[in-house]
Design a protein around this ligand. Structure first.
Ligand code: GTP
Length: 293
């Protein structure tokens, strides 16, 4: 647990805001505290700044409605729900919806608060490790297809909201089957890893590389026009030409084919279909090339 902790406390009662401030002080955890009185204040805070919080303490009853919907607003951050309700089922109901813990305001003490915060942070740390692993491909260490789909969907929303263009390429290794057949499956795995490392070497920070499946990869270029994305892909192919894979003391030159598209107002499905069509052209032409729209 790295301190000071950045804690966001949300409660519509001025008294409870003061009590929580006091409890946190007495709990003796080094922290800085941001407090919000309404969901509008929270929204504005999350929209306008680059705030990252380590922990959120959320009042269950906000005005006439409950704050259950707000549990989704803090992905990857533990949310402890505090309430005056004495409902035996409410805690498990809230945990199922993503709350890290639940505390009754009438039972709250600095000691209990400190324990709840520590446990919530430790559990979140373990959970985040699992989440991180679930986004990665074990062979290459690259992001996996599931992560890539989520990122593309996020970029499509960004494009609609802010007009930011992005480019995307599907990359398919050339002739992996013949490597598998002649050198064995382990050498094929080594070749896949070699291609993945080459991609990692040439991309700019901020670009996203994922293993799409088998010997196919995705390169996603946020805020990038197609000409710049093409330059990165050509750099990648040149890197493959200049560096060879060594298996049993022999060097092998690997190549790949790339289908590149610019992603304007389009759906995930149509972006992938268009990129796949360009990849097909690259494979049909001569392989070891980039075909773009
Ligand atoms: N070693 C290894 N091989 C894989 C893996 N995933 C898929 N493959 C193999 O990769 C090959 C991909 O075949 P294709 O893409 O159809 O053919 P290719 O030989 O790469 O030829 P082109 O794509 O036409 O250049 C198949 O033989 C798969 O069995 C993997 O994780 N490891």
């Amino acid at each position: 647990m790295s301190e000071p902790l950045h804690i966001l406390h949300i409660d519509d009662s001025p008294d409870h805001l003061k009590i929580m401030q006091f409890m946190l002080l007495k709990a003796g955890l080094a922290h800085d505290l941001v407090q919000c009185k309404s969901r509008e204040e929270v929204k504005a805070l999350l929209d306008t700044s680059n705030n990252h919080f380590d922990l959120v303490i959320l009042d269950y009853q906000m005005g006439d409605s409950t704050s259950e919907d707000m549990l989704k607003w803090f992905e990857g951050v533990p949310v402890v729900v505090a309430t005056v309700h004495e409902d035996d089922d409410l805690d498990s109901q809230l945990m199922k919806k993503g709350a890290a813990d639940f505390v009754s305001k009438s039972e709250l003490s600095p000691r209990l608060l400190k324990r709840i915060i520590r446990h919530a942070l430790e559990r979140q740390c373990i959970l985040n490790q699992f989440i991180e692993e679930s986004w990665h491909d074990p062979l290459t260490g690259l992001y996996n297809r599931r992560f890539a789909m989520r990122e593309i969907t996020r970029l499509i929303v960004d494009k609609r909201r802010y007009g930011r263009n992005f480019s995307l390429a599907i990359i398919d290794m050339d002739d992996l089957k013949s490597i598998n057949d002649s050198l064995g499956h382990l050498a094929g795995d080594k070749a896949i890893k070699f291609i993945a490392d080459a991609m990692t070497t040439v991309v700019r920070s901020g670009d996203i590389i994922a293993r799409f499946g088998g010997d196919e990869f995705l390169m996603i270029f946020p805020n990038t026009e197609i000409a710049d994305a093409k330059t990165s892909l050509l750099r990648f192919l040149a890197h493959l030409q200049d560096n060879s894979l060594t298996v049993d003391g022999k060097d092998y030159c690997l190549t790949a084919s790339c289908g590149l598209v610019s992603c304007g107002e389009a759906s995930l499905q149509s972006i992938l279909e268009r990129a796949d069509a360009k990849l097909y052209q690259a494979k049909s032409a001569c392989k070891n090339c980039v075909v773009s729209e």
